[in-house]
Write a new protein. Structure first.
Length: 196
């Protein structure tokens, strides 16, 4: 079964096949306020728009350090390393906690008042050809997002994109700046590094 293999510094972090799901995603993201430089997530599920939808997380908020090289391989034969967990399993909440959720407006206001930990990010993406592409976020931007996603609609490829955005852009649901966009064919891979 095809799927993703995710390596960090040449060592396997996780492998996930597409068996039983219709979307699979590997994300690396970071923002200028967070203590961690960046975090990696691997998640997916079966999404049809009804009550039987499933959402599983295989890697949750894995810390990425400066100099770490993340490799994502779109492989033809993958065995899932271990079962994914649901949000409820990762974040069990009491009824009181459920009632105390912040509004989006409160969340954005809280984040914007935090002191910056860094001014920007330097992003390196190595294409399947081996060619490196370098990008840099600007001083007004809040975050970057690197994503490799497989969807059942186009099973022969995985989409890769690297974007950055301001806090206001996220609040207003704007797409932000596109640094790179490409497709992976089976048995191709990309490598990604982030620094400041």
């Amino acid at each position: 079964m095809l799927g993703f293999r995710v390596n960090i510094n040449g060592k396997e972090l996780v492998s996930v096949s597409i068996e039983g799901i219709n979307i699979l995603s590997v994300q690396v993201n970071g923002d200028v306020y967070g203590d961690e430089l960046a975090e990696l997530q691997v998640f997916g599920g079966y999404y049809s728009g009804d009550k039987d939808d499933t959402h599983f997380i295989w890697v949750n908020e894995h810390r990425i350090n400066e100099g770490d090289e993340i490799e994502i391989i779109f492989a033809e034969s993958v065995t899932t390393s271990y079962p994914g967990k649901t949000i409820e399993e990762l974040y069990p909440k009491t009824e009181e906690q459920k009632m105390a959720c912040q509004t989006l407006e409160e969340t954005f206001s809280e984040i914007s008042n935090e002191p910056k930990v860094r001014d920007n990010f330097i992003l390196k993406l190595q294409l399947p050809s081996g060619e490196p592409i370098y990008s840099k976020t600007n001083i007004n931007e809040f975050c970057f997002n690197f994503n490799v996603m497989w969807k059942w609609l186009h099973p022969e490829k995985a989409s890769v994109w690297l974007t950055s955005n301001t806090l206001l852009g996220i609040k207003e649901r704007k797409k932000g700046v596109s640094h790179t966009k490409l497709n992976l064919k089976l048995e191709q891979s990309v490598k990604f590094k982030v620094s400041t």
